[in-house]
Design a protein around this ligand. Structure first.
Ligand code: WQD
Length: 348
């Protein structure tokens, strides 16, 4: 019988792509989402891409323990991929209580329900933000985490630690009967959309992230892209990031879930960087977008954005070797998919 994976936050940007790849790999998937930061567009897209109208969907808030418990009672869950969290760095600085409550309580509820229903494997969606402004690049999983500079970043660090502690307790038999193994995936900068252009990123209001701002400028929804800072100590003066294609990222989740479910983990709690290993500057990304899509983007250089690190990219050796996973799509392909998605949204 196919193993069953719960994807919390499964109607969102990353969750919808992961759901597609899980189903493609033969898993049964249950989606839970409170729809606080998305609408049904992506979930409908998932159904179209997979041809599956029958994906169980729970519109629940994972902060509601009763609702999570009921889901676990109705499905024998083998693994959870936990995305259900708020993710805007700036907003988290303004609303720390809301961020801590939502991101911590929802994760604790997932872990608790899992334990109360016999235990399961848990994959947590973490972030390269845990490395802060790293001294040595690229960062490996051993690179020390730095104190978080936002409540959002702090919740990523805290949830990593919570998962590690829960895994250790259950592995040592100290915390009840449930067997829990855990993996944290540290994403670099996820961008792009599914090649079908049926699912992609749906930012609410003015996008904070670079690629949705680029595509919205190209389509005419925004007047001009500001490139934040061109006086950084990099070749062209703009920041360096590791932009990871969303479908490649989704496939890393399938590899990690299979590793857990097939008993291939070397430790009960493992961490993997999920990136390409290639630094790309903001300016390079903008010019690549123009080139691959054959258009001119209205952009200007603007002052640095407070809180940005100069450069970060991944050492991907561990993920490549242990997960047997590697980023495959080129930046050009990814940027073409982001543009196709924006045009799909605009009906063009
Ligand atoms: C990338 C680069 C900007 C917008 C954040 C979170 C991280 C993760 C992904 C969340 C930077 C520049 C951006 C614009 C610009 N988590 N930029 N003009 O800041 O690397 O990472 O998103 O969901 O935790 O911190 O991503 O896309 O915002 O910025 O010049 O209008 O693009 O300065 O150098 P970031 P980003």
């Amino acid at each position: 019988m196919a193993k069953k994976v719960l994807v919390s936050g499964g109607a969102g940007y990353i969750g919808s792509h992961v759901t597609v790849e899980l189903i493609g790999a033969g898993y049964d998937v249950v989606v839970a989402d409170n729809m606080s930061n998305c609408d049904m567009t992506c979930f409908e897209g998932v159904k179209k891409i997979t041809g599956r109208e029958d994906i169980p969907f729970y519109q629940i808030d994972c902060c509601d323990y009763e609702a999570v418990d009921k889901l676990f009672a109705e499905h024998k869950i083998d693994a959870v991929i936990h995305f259900a969290a708020f993710k805007a760095v700036g907003e988290s600085v303004a609303k720390p209580i809301m961020y801590y409550r939502n991101n911590l309580v929802s994760f604790l509820n997932i872990l608790e329900a899992s334990k109360n229903h016999g235990g399961c494997n848990v994959l947590f969606s973490s972030s390269a933000t845990v490395y802060g402004e790293a001294e040595n690049l690229p960062v490996t999983e051993q690179t020390p985490r730095l104190p978080a500079t936002s409540p959002y970043g702090n919740t990523k660090q805290m949830c990593e630690d919570i998962l590690r502690d829960v895994v250790l307790a259950t592995a040592g038999g100290a915390d009840g009967q449930g067997v829990v193994k855990g993996i944290a995936l540290r994403y670099f900068n996820p961008i792009g959309a599914h090649p079908s252009a049926l699912i992609g990123e749906l930012p609410r209001g003015v996008p904070n992230n670079l690629v949705p701002f680029i595509t919205q400028t190209a389509i005419g929804k925004r007047e001009c892209l500001s490139i934040f800072g061109n006086d950084y100590p990099t070749e062209d003066g703009t920041c360096l990031r590791d932009y990871i294609d969303i479908v490649d990222l989704a496939k890393a989740h399938v590899a990690a879930v299979s590793r857990m479910l097939d008993g291939k983990m070397k430790q009960d709690y493992e961490i993997f960087n999920v990136g390409t290993g290639r630094p790309v500057s903001v300016y390079e990304l903008v010019t690549a977008f123009e080139k691959v899509n054959g258009l001119k983007l209205n952009y200007k250089f603007a002052p640095r954005r407070p809180g940005d690190v100069v450069a970060i990219w991944a050492d991907t050796k561990l993920a490549n070797e242990e997960l047997g996973w590697k980023a495959e799509r080129t930046v050009g392909e990814t940027l073409a998919s982001a543009w196709a998605w924006e045009r799909h949204l605009a009906g063009k």
